[in-house]
Design a binder for this molecule. Structure first.
Ligand code: CU
Ligand code: CU
Length: 378
């Protein structure tokens, strides 16, 4: 009798087990086709979507809100309707080389300021600017052997620094970050003549340079260069904007900066300013251009239309003789060059980065020799 319950319980157990397996089998049998069905549907959906995207016009698939895809929204050439009047009213950045700072120690003080500047007619941008000048910062002009005493006052909202390419100095000490509200002074001896870039070296450097933190320092050689009649400093740079800057100031588009898609390129921070307000020379005079390519990323292929450089200190190498009779010279991002040109015939001589996309975006100016009639159509 004791066995019975066991024997009677065994079929019960067998029966439970077999029901379980039967149900499981049925469920599995149903699940497999269902899963297959959905997988097939998903694959078909994905293929349809892909084909639909491929068939769509390019612009529709890159609508606003999808700016991680290339190309990014460009604001190149977008100016208000009264742009010409604004360009004429704009006071062009003074390109004339300032005098050499006096004394054995050239004292330079820059107070950094966050400010709105115009980068093209009616196009405003929120910069981080050295010394309230906007971009570029002031030209520093010293002579070989002089000591430069640099004081940076940080009047901005975040840490900044200043890196002089003309200096031989430990950057971790001299080019260190200065906190907002603080100031920092360091000295270096200018022993290498040339024209150099200076810039903020705080990370991410791309953002700090792109926001306008750059400028030029000219170090005259102890043995003077041949005398010239005019000396101009041009700092080439590009702007990467997150908006057109017309209704309200634009900010940096880091995506565009990373992918090198500038909205504007300039000499001395403002597109085409020396087309509207040309630099000048008289016929027969020699003009010297000190050119720095600040970037943050683009080089400048410096060329003056209608003439040839009589002397070119390529890479601002003042220790070698200048090249003579050259047409276009690469000024690399973060580098400089010095160019002498004697123009005899009156006329309008455009100076450009001969990488012509840069001209289209605003990196062009005019050297007006004498008093030519008419305007430049080039
Ligand atoms: Cu900075
Ligand atoms: Cu640098």
């Amino acid at each position: 009798m004791a066995v019975h319950p066991v024997s009677s319980s065994q079929p019960v157990l067998e029966s439970d087990s077999s029901v379980f397996f039967k149900v499981a089998t049925i469920l599995l049998g149903l699940t497999v086709p269902i899963v297959c069905f959905f997988a097939l549907m998903l694959w078909a959906d994905a293929r349809d979507a892909h084909e639909a995207v491929a068939a769509q016009p390019f612009a529709e698939t890159h609508a606003a809100g999808h700016n991680t895809a290339l190309p990014l929204n460009s604001f190149a050439g977008i100016v208000p309707p009264n742009a010409q009047a604004l360009a004429e009213a704009h006071k062009a950045s003074d390109a004339a080389l300032p005098p050499v700072l006096a004394g054995d120690v050239a004292k330079v003080k820059m107070t950094l300021k966050d400010m709105v500047v115009q980068v093209a007619p009616g196009v405003r941008y929120n910069t981080w600017a050295f010394d309230g000048h906007g971009a570029p910062g002031p030209v520093v002009h010293v002579r070989e052997g002089q000591t430069v005493e640099m004081t940076l006052v940080n009047g901005g909202a975040i840490p900044h620094s200043i890196d002089f390419h003309a200096a031989r100095i430990a950057p971790d000490l001299a080019f260190r970050d200065v906190a907002p509200g603080e100031s920092f002074t360091f000295r270096f001896k200018a022993i290498d003549p040339g024209v150099y870039m200076y810039h903020c070296g705080t990370k991410p450097v791309l953002a700090h340079i792109a926001n306008g933190m750059y400028g030029a320092i000219v170090v005259d050689p102890a043995k003077p260069l041949p005398p010239v009649d005019r000396e101009y400093v041009l700092v080439a740079s590009e702007w990467y904007m997150d908006a057109d800057g017309i209704k309200e100031p634009a900010n940096l588009s880091m995506e565009k900066a990373r992918t090198v898609q500038p909205d504007w390129t300039t000499f001395n921070g403002y597109a085409n300013q020396y087309v509207t307000h040309p630099l000048t020379a008289k016929p027969g005079e020699t003009t010297r251009f000190y050119v720095v390519a600040a970037g943050p990323t683009l080089d400048t292929n410096f060329h003056v239309v209608g003439t040839i450089f009589d002397r070119a200190w390529v890479n601002a190498d003042m220790k070698s003789p200048p090249q003579q009779g050259v047409q276009t010279v690469l000024v690399p991002a973060g580098g400089g060059g010095i160019f002498d040109v004697k123009v005899d015939q009156p006329g309008l001589y455009p100076f450009v980065s001969h990488a012509f996309a840069h001209v289209d975006l605003g990196q062009v100016g005019l050297l007006k020799v004498g008093n030519p009639k008419g305007t430049m159509s080039h």
